[in-house]
Every structure is written in C-alpha cells, then in structure tokens.
Design a protein around this ligand. Sequence first.
Ligand code: S3P
Length: 446
Amino acid sequence: MIHLETVSSHQQLTITPPVSGVSLQGRIRIPGDKSISHRALMLGAIAQGETIIEGLLLGEDPRSTAACFSAMGAKISELNETEVRVEGIGLGNLQEPDNVLDAGNSGTTMRLMLGLLASSPGKFFAVTGDHSLRSRPMSRVVNPLKEMGAQIWGKKGNTLAPLAIQGQQLKGIHYHSPIASAQVKSCVLLAGLLADSPTTVTEPALSRDHSERMLRAFGAHLTIDPESNSVTLEPRPTLIGQKVIVPGDISSAAFWLVAAAITPDSDLTIENVGINPTRTGILEALELMGADIALENVREVAGEPVADLRVKYSQLKGCTIGGAIIPRLIDEIPILAVAACFATGTTLIKDAEELRVKESDRLAVMATELTKMGAKVIEHPDGLEIAGGVTLQGAETDSYTDHRIAMSLAIAALNAQGATQIYRAEAASISYPTFVETLTGVCQAG
Ligand code: S3P
C-alpha cells in the first residue's frame, strides 16, 4: 500500500489505499520541534559552557544549523539517540569560517544566523543555500539589519542569497516589522544581543515566541508588551549553556491530526506535542471545522507547554480562516487545505500571501497538485478557496522539493481512490525523517 522507489535520483512515494479504506490507530511520537531545535543549537553555540539538547530534531534543516555553527567554532556532538551536546564559544566569539556557510533548504538557519553574523565586528562571512533558499526574500532581514548599521551585500540588490556580511558594531533600534514573522523578529533580537543599546521589535500580529522564551532561559533580559506585540531586549547579557528539552513539533503532528480527522474509524494519540499558544492555530482551525481533538496530560516541559493529542474521525465542515490566526498556523496551511477537501461546504483561507515565499509557493503548488487529484480549488492572491466533499482520485503529483507539500499530499493520497505517486518525496526529511515509517506503522486496512 505504501511503496518507496528511486526515480531519476529522487524518491517516489506511491500510496495505494485498499478499496476497503484505511484507518489510523494507536499512539505515536513525532520528531522534535524544528523551530526550537534551531534556536537550541544557535543559543547553545553562542552561550558559555555546555548545552545539552534532549529530543533535538535530527532532520536536514537543524543539521544545516549545526554545520554552520560548527564551522564557526562551536563543538556539536550527538551523545546518544536522544541527546546532543553543544560546547558554546561565548557571545561575540563566533570565528570567521574558512568557507561559505551553507544553510541548505533552511530559511530559519539563514535568517536567524544573519543577525549573529552582522553583529560580529571585524569578521567576514559568506552565506548561501539551496536552489529554493536562494530564491527566498532576504530583504526582510537585510533591511532592519542595515538600519542597525550592518554591512551586507547580496544578489539582486542585496535581496537574495548568496550574501556577504562584514560584521560591525551595531546600534539598537526599534523595528516595526511590516510582517508577523518569527524569523524577522528573531534575527533582529539576535543582532541586538551585541548592540550598543536596547533593541525593540514590534510586529503586526504575534508570531511564534520560542526565541523570547529560550533567550530568557539562557539569561537574557527581555520585556514583552503583549498589547502592542512588542519585545525589547537588553544588550550584552551573559548567556549560560542550559539543558533544553525539545517537545514534539505541532507542525509535524498536524499531518496526523488531519489524517485521523478525515479517515473514518480513526482513533490516534500523538504524544508529547508542543502546544505553545503561538503555534496552536491548527488546533483552533480544526476545532472550528468540527474535529474531535482532546488534549490529554497537559504539562509544562522546560518552559514550553506540552500535551498528548487524541484525535478521532468526525465529519468536518468548511470554515473561513484569516487574520491574526495565520501566523499561528502558517506552516499548517498545506495540510489544512487537505482537510478542507474532505469537509462539507467551502473553506476559505485568506491573508496567507506569506505562503508564496516559503520553501515553494505553497498556494500555487497546493492548488495545482490537489486539482490534479480532482479537488475543487480556487487560488486567490492571498489564499485558497476549496469546495469540499469531492472524492479525490489518485494522481501523479510532485513535492516541488518542499517537505510540507510532500507530507500533505501523502495524507490526501490515503483517502483518494486509486494510487497516488508523490515525486521527490525525500523532501520530508527536512523536518520529518521518519514520516514514511510512521505512516506505514499507523495505517490499518479497513
Ligand atoms: C519559523 C518561522 C516561520 C515558519 C518557519 C519557521 C521559525 O517563518 O514558517 O517554518 O522557526 O522562526 P516566518 O517567520 O517567515 O513566518
């Protein structure tokens, strides 16, 4: 039913659901949170002393972060299957690397790291990434960094990687970000660590706050004003290595939440999922659609809220999603589009133009690939309109090398009639190296 093969040096995943259907049963664990994993590696690298990270995501994106910071002097080693040790070099001590820093496919690596590079006086850095990352906008971080006094050059008028950075003593600024982006906010805050005065970032809606939580845990002083979505960082803290426990990634859990919600007779529990309120938009959206999701064993682990999520099948209904919830479910919109195909009525996703500059243009790609499967999707400049209730048909699809597209199409394929091929399915290993294994383990023939 689930078959992986190599086609033209890529992996092709073929999913052929049995005519009697499948259901998803049991208890599963998902890999560590990608956003928290990047931050733990970076803060561990620039702190004094040892950081132990438990549950780090061992996907390709955090491996890019680890490789970049190893090249700048941090010692990062896998102690065992669950623990990674980072020997920090201390704030301001990044070494000039011998070669170009390669962020691979990872926007978080590149954008957050730029804040630390730009604020390293006297040192020169060159940064690049893969084909997708080299086409993603960097002006959103280059502009505020330049306002702080950074010297950065890049392709297309300093807007695209490869980028060259000559580190400088930066000044603190109050940056009013035009977009709600945790990558922008975190880049400016990290640059502010060595600035000459406090740095404030104000964003139009609250984006994920993992940087704020972890900077505090490592010893930085931050003031947060929830009324104005502003955060102020005092410069030159003493950052001390910590024990970080990374919860499961709700963005990875989302595939199973939707899979079980749309697949008859399913009853699945996903253990140890991070439920930071800046990330739980997917739970609210699915509940609005009538999903049956229970939060069990809610607890706090190392400064982040965590729960087990039990999800059972129920008939979903269409809904409208837009506004301030969007940054809280930005990475889950492709899988939400799949949920919408199985709901009654129409689902409208709006205010989500940011999806056009992710690892792929996720609005265009989801509209194209779901349409190939027979879905009724209208692509809008800022979102998608999906008329649910049409039975999907197996089709030849492509991930466009985007991990979240590959996994979203796999979940759609589980409930389609006939076989679906997903070309370039290896992209899943960016954030979820064991996705196909879990998919195989969790599905039971009806
Ligand atoms: C991330 C922030 C989000 C998200 C990305 C990870 C982060 O990007 O889409 O996958 O770890 O800060 P934006 O900040 O660009 O919205």
